[in-house]
Design a protein around this ligand. Sequence first.
Ligand SMILES: Nc1ncnc2c1ncn2[C@@H]1O[C@H](COP(=O)(O)OP(=O)(O)OP(=O)(O)O)[C@@H](O)[C@H]1O
Ligand SMILES: [Mg+2]
Length: 204
Amino acid sequence: MTNSAAEPDGATPLEEDEREGLRFPHIETRAELDRMEQANIVEGQRWLNRQKKPDVLTETFALALHKHLFGEVWRWAGRFRSTEKNIGVAPHQIAMALRGLLDNTRYQADHAVYPPLELALRFHHRLVQIHPFPNGNGRHSRIMTDALLRFRLEQPSIVWEGRNAIQNLQAAGAHRVAYIKALRAADVRDFAPLLKLFGDGNEA
Ligand SMILES: Nc1ncnc2c1ncn2[C@@H]1O[C@H](COP(=O)(O)OP(=O)(O)OP(=O)(O)O)[C@@H](O)[C@H]1O
Ligand SMILES: [Mg+2]
């Protein structure tokens, strides 16, 4: 995790601390890791699709989802982070902050405080801001947000990225830059950029 929108180049060797908990010692580069993670995420999404009306707004579900998305690659998947990052609350505050978010979101959904898409984007922003896990927070939170829309709000998923490379969120392209910028605006309570990027009628 860096503070810039840029992610390391695919060929960059992984650093020693980035390898911590990796189940495959033969993985050497970012590109290989991305492939392994992507295969795991596909399995995790299959697990999600098999769920019948899960209660998405619980710690148990949030942890189980992270575990199913990343558990074949990382030993620490499905467990809260125990070290500081330059994004996120202090490790000892994660459980409380997440509890607060889940409870607030439940209230907001029950009382239709925001339109569903805005509610979902606010949830997404706060979840990545808490940054519960050592890694995979962006992907986990986007899938968790889609699960909230689907299972609780009965709405379609967000179109996070398009099929063409320009609209890729993982690569350090313009779309990712705009996404990170919109998250930063939301940090200071301006949700308009996130809504503009992912709201109704976004063309991806
Ligand atoms: N300044 C920032 N720079 C990068 N990511 C940020 C920033 N602020 C918030 N974030 C969020 O954190 C996520 C990155 O965290 P992490 O590396 O744990 O997740 P990831 O799933 O591995 O990343 P990603 O899918 O975005 O490549 C971003 O997707 C974004 O949602
Ligand atoms: Mg990451």
